[in-house]
Ligand binder design. Structure first.
Ligand code: SAJ
Length: 423
């Protein structure tokens, strides 16, 4: 099937790269977002999110005229839903964005259209929730229009490359829908395109992120055990990973972001009786900021009245995304324990976070600190020169929660050095 015009609903970390990549391959793309600020920012050629390479790609797509930004969908050959699925306070999936995106397509749906859901969703969402909404158009899914689920699997920080190079799973509500989905994605996907059914594709996405969550949880639990037994977890992991079938991931302040800290809950919600391991995994990773804070309290001989510069607030290195960030949770817990925190996020120096004092540059963050906490291994933070930092801060204690700094260098510059999980 040929696609001349497609409509991408949701212009966030997935929708915007997807829309601009299609546009850069000559397709006429209507990029839709319900947030008027996002629409006007993009219409002015500016970007509301940071992802390496994205600004150049979006601006070129806009200039070419192939990418148009709108607040409403319009008739098209294909519709891609790429809106967020956050979780509610009780950890159930909040499907309201997906539902309203599907509803907004209904008036524009025509026979032989293709609709793809990319948003991470609980198993059976495409069949049980999306198909009935789209059928309010009077058309029947699988008979009059094609419908598929195709999970995005790109790594923030590497989105533009992974969008093209990763294998792509396409799960149709019937085989024809999966095949038409392949026609669409093969416009730019160079990785393998793997066809399956919609519910399997939904499950695959949740399994991938849950698998990673479990593996990070075991690394975090090892960091706690290492402290108990006077072992350096980083050295132990390095040696354990020399085993041909062992690959332990990195401990840290916890698991954040909009994917891995959220998606496993969709499986717990869908089958609470079958998911004790997944639930415990979430609890282990969610409680890791408490372990960071307890470790820092031990290093400093208590936290009350201590002035702590928290360096890095994003959910992981070299991104600007602050969602579900364990670094932010750690900073809040430090404040709750009586410390006085000044935080700095180099990728979002002007961010505002309720309840936290933020500095817009490194010097301001450290100028009155007793201790520095490396909470995210951002490249510019990792490469700080301790002898330069020692000139701009009265702090003489550093705590590295991410194994980003070299102990000997900080010690040589006069700092007491502590590392998470290091005995
Ligand atoms: N983390 C650790 N230790 C590690 C690896 C990661 O503590 O060894 C932490 C990170 O600091 C971060 C969190 O885990 O807080 C998640 O980071 P990540 O890099 O593992 O993953 P995400 O959330 O950025 O992207 C994931 C990816 N999924 C998998 O690798 C299975 C990506 O491919 C998905 O597309 C993305 O979720 C998504 O959108 O679902």
């Amino acid at each position: 099937m040929d696609f001349n015009k497609i409509c991408v609903l949701g212009l966030g970390y997935i929708g915007l790269p997807t829309a601009s990549t299609f546009a850069s391959h000559g397709i006429h793309v209507i990029g839709v977002d319900v947030n008027p600020q996002v629409v006007s920012t993009l219409q002015n050629g500016d970007l509301h999110i940071y992802e390496p390479g994205l600004r150049t790609l979006v601006q070129a797509a806009l200039r070419s005229g192939n990418l148009e930004i709108a607040s409403q969908p319009e008739p098209a050959d294909a519709f891609i839903i790429a809106v967020p699925t956050p979780f509610l306070p009780d950890k159930r999936a909040d499907m309201s964005f997906v539902v309203s995106a599907a509803e907004s397509i209904v008036p524009h749906l025509r026979p032989a259209n293709l609709v793809i859901l990319e948003s991470t969703s609980p198993p059976r969402t495409t069949i049980d929730r999306i198909a009935p909404i789209l059928e309010q158009s009077g058309l029947t899914a699988g008979q009059d229009f094609y419908l598929a689920y195709s999970p995005e699997r790109v790594l923030p920080g590497q989105i533009l490359r992974e969008l093209i190079e990763n294998a792509r799973v396409i799960g149709g509500i019937d085989p024809a829908s999966a095949e038409i989905g392949r026609d669409l994605y093969q416009i730019f996907v160079q990785g393998e395109i793997l066809l399956t059914d919609a519910t399997t594709a939904e499950m695959i996405k949740l399994m991938e992120n849950t698998y990673r969550d479990v593996n990070i949880a075991i690394a975090n639990e090892f960091s706690r055990l290492a402290v108990r037994f006077g072992v350096d977890v980083w050295k132990a992991i390095e040696l354990a990973n020399r085993h041909p079938r062992v690959n332990i991931l990195r401990p840290g302040p916890g698991v954040g972001g909009h994917c891995i800290s959220v998606d496993p809950w969709f499986l717990v919600e869908a089958a609470p009786d079958l998911t004790p391991l997944i639930r415990t995994t979430r609890q282990v990773n969610d409680s890791q900021p408490e372990f960071v804070v307890a470790s820092l309290a031990k290093a400093l001989g208590g936290l009350a009245g201590k002035r702590i510069a928290v360096l890095g607030l994003a959910y992981k290195p070299d991104v600007d995304d602050l969602r579900e960030s364990p670094a932010i949770e750690t900073a809040h817990l430090l404040e709750n324990a009586g410390a006085s925190v000044v935080a700095f996020e180099p990728n979002k120096p002007n961010a505002e976070i309720p309840g936290l004092k933020l500095a817009s540059n490194l010097a301001d963050a450290v100028e009155e600190a007793d201790a520095l906490l490396l909470a995210v291994s951002h490249t510019p933070l990792r490469s700080l020169d301790p002898s330069v930092i020692s000139q701009i801060t009265p702090a003489r204690v550093v705590f590295d929660a991410v194994n980003g700094w070299t102990q000997e260098r900080w010690q040589a510059a006069g700092f007491h050095f502590f590392r998470l999980g290091a005995g």
